[in-house]
Design a protein around this ligand. Structure first.
Ligand code: NAP
Length: 290
């Protein structure tokens, strides 16, 4: 079966990476655009296409599938510009790649007879990735019109990603969850390092000291789930240890007390779900972490 042809409006890190790996799977790249000419030339060279421009509607009109991979705040405006210049062919599938925006920001393309969706690779692209398939094994989350979902599913399968379809109105929460899992995990580990530094272990050594604990905890979450993976003073109802933690943090790093308390309260919530701890102890912990 003939594969759909592709145009990429906004051929930066994600656009070029998609283009490169889709081209490797036999999808013809019909054209690419960037905001600036040197970027467009560089991307066109990498993707081996002679059709590049700084004017997106010049390169989108013939493509079966158009990726608008410009920065999140520009997607809607870029789509409207292409639509205004009748740059989508009828029945074309138009995707954007933002994790936080819904496909409804592509409404202007729908008015031109295109079919819209969002296709978000749950991966961090700090640069264009041409070697080793960076889509392999990652989540490719999509939402939008059913026909767009069919194409999204095929693309995810070709790129060896795990396809999931999410609700359009749940897009922002899905993205918030990814931000917490990735960015806030970094923040959390930074918090833990701040405390271990106070205990005399250097930033340099903190990771090797804590790595087995961090990895073991992630393994436990996978094996027994979040609620049952919780260990330590809160789930044991060890009020005196939590009191001493708070006293020491207040003395040495007062700016971190609130963070300890907020996360502690979340851990008390998990403990309640276990239904094992005496309610009296739960109340004492709640009071302490207020
Ligand atoms: N990077 C990631 O980790 C990642 C992961 C998943 C999804 N995404 C999503 O993928 C999309 C693209 O992100 P990216 O990281 O690939 O961005 P990027 O590398 O900065 O590339 C952006 C592209 O859009 C063009 N562009 C920039 N400003 C523009 C404007 N005002 N009008 C029109 N075009 C403009 C750029 O052209 P010039 O090069 O000429 O400026 C470039 O071609 C975003 O929706 C993002 O949320 C990113």
């Amino acid at each position: 079966m003939m594969k759909p042809t592709i145009a990429i409006a906004g051929c930066g890190k994600v656009g070029t990476t998609f283009g490169n790996h889709l081209s490797g799977k036999g999808y013809a790249i019909k054209g690419i655009s960037c905001r600036t000419l040197p970027s467009a030339q560089a991307a066109a060279r990498l993707l081996n296409t002679a059709n590049f421009s700084v004017t997106p509607w010049e390169i989108t009109g013939d493509a079966d599938v158009v990726f608008i991979a410009t920065p999140d705040g520009k997607i809607q405006e870029n789509c409207e510009e292409i639509a205004k210049h009748h740059g989508f062919k009828k029945g074309a599938i138009v995707f954007h790649c933002s994790g936080s925006q819904p496909s409804t920001i592509l409404a202007s393309a729908e008015k031109e007879g295109a079919i819209t969706g969002s296709l978000h690779p749950l991966q961090s692209f700090a640069s264009v990735k041409l070697t080793d398939n960076p889509f392999k094994g990652i989540i490719m989350a999509a939402e939008g019109a059913p026909l767009a979902m069919g194409i999204a599913r095929n693309i995810a399968a070709e790129l060896e990603s795990v396809f999931i379809e999410i609700r359009t109105d749940a897009k922002t929460l899905y993205h918030a969850s990814a931000v917490v899992a990735s960015n806030y995990l970094v923040a959390l580990i930074g918090f833990s390092f701040d405390l271990i530094n106070e205990a005399g272990i250097s930033e340099k050594d903190a990771m090797s000291v804590l790595r087995p604990l961090i990895k073991g905890t992630l393994d436990n979450i996978e094996k027994v789930g979040v609620v049952n993976a919780l260990t330590g003073p809160i789930v044991r109802g060890d009020v005196s240890t939590v009191t001493r933690h708070l006293d020491q943090i207040r003395e040495r790093q007062p700016g971190l007390v609130d963070m300890y308390k907020i996360l502690g309260r979340y851990a008390v919530g998990l403990t309640k779900k276990r239904n094992e701890l005496d309610p009296q102890k739960i109340n004492e912990l709640v009071d302490l972490l207020k």
